[in-house]
Design a protein around this ligand. Structure first.
Ligand SMILES: [Zn+2]
Length: 248
């Protein structure tokens, strides 16, 4: 076996893990932003319900005042009616009083409607408030979990990078250049397993002679199709540790 090969395989393992960690480190804050913005939009919805409830209350206060006003007007007219001198005047007062009394009853109907409406708003606000409180607790706890996870990922990624540098230092410059070039152009996978017949990364059949050379190889061989650095492992041996290597 070529002396670089174990380090190259190790490098690939480390790079796979570093990539996984980096992806998670960039993905998690987006997740946090999403759940926080959901929470904000639920807060705004609740505030809109609260505002509607308050509007409802204000309009009832206003209508109460309108009733008092109409009642006072009717009362004043009743006093004036006592001084009516003709039947015509009397009927005119009566007519005006009826107008205000009808007005009062119309306003009372509207107040009733508003009260029914306010019960619905009130119920909605209570339900939304409970849900929001639960959501806020959940979001806060998830944010903490994510922060801890990201910090842990960053520590691990840093450790893996140190480990990677150690392995890279033991690999010859030529092999390292092949590794880096292939990794860049082949979806991050530069080292692939081969069995007796195939490169298991690109699934192209190896020439029999190439395959034979690979099995006994003291030199570093790359797949003639995908260019990946190959290592031989017979069929039925332990499956390659990185399943991504199998299908790219
Ligand atoms: Zn290949």
């Amino acid at each position: 076996m070529h002396p670089d090969l174990p380090h190259l395989r190790e490098l690939q393992e480390l790079d796979n893990r570093i990539r996984e960690l980096d992806e998670e480190i960039s993905r998690l804050p987006k997740y946090v932003a999403r759940i926080e913005s959901q929470l904000e939009s639920h807060k705004r919805a609740l505030q809109a319900d609260k505002d509607a409830l308050e509007e409802n209350r204000k309009s009832r206060v206003k209508m109460d005042a309108e009733i008092v006003d109409a009642q006072q007007k009717a009362a004043r007219l009743r006093t004036q009616m006592n001084e009516a001198r003709t039947n015509e005047q009397f009927r005119a007062f009566q007519h005006e009083i009826e107008f205000f009394e009808k007005d009062v009853s119309k306003i009372e109907d509207r107040i009733l409607d508003k009260m029914v409406e306010s019960e619905t708003y009130d119920r909605n606000v209570k339900i939304a408030q409970t849900a929001l409180d639960e959501e806020a607790i959940k979001v806060a706890s998830e944010v903490e979990t994510v922060k801890a996870r990201v910090a842990e990922d960053q520590r691990e990624a840093e450790a893996k990078r140190t480990e990677r540098a150690e392995h890279a230092a033991r690999i010859s410059g030529a092999a390292l250049r092949i590794y880096e070039r292939v990794r860049r152009t082949r979806g991050g996978i530069a080292v692939a397993r081969a069995d007796m017949q195939y490169c298991l990364a690109c699934n192209v059949m190896l020439r029999p002679q190439f395959s034979q050379t690979l099995r006994g190889a003291d030199e570093l061989l790359t797949c003639e199709s995908c260019g990946r650095i190959l290592y031989y492992e017979p069929p039925g041996a332990v499956v390659a540790e990185d399943p991504a290597a199998m299908n790219s």
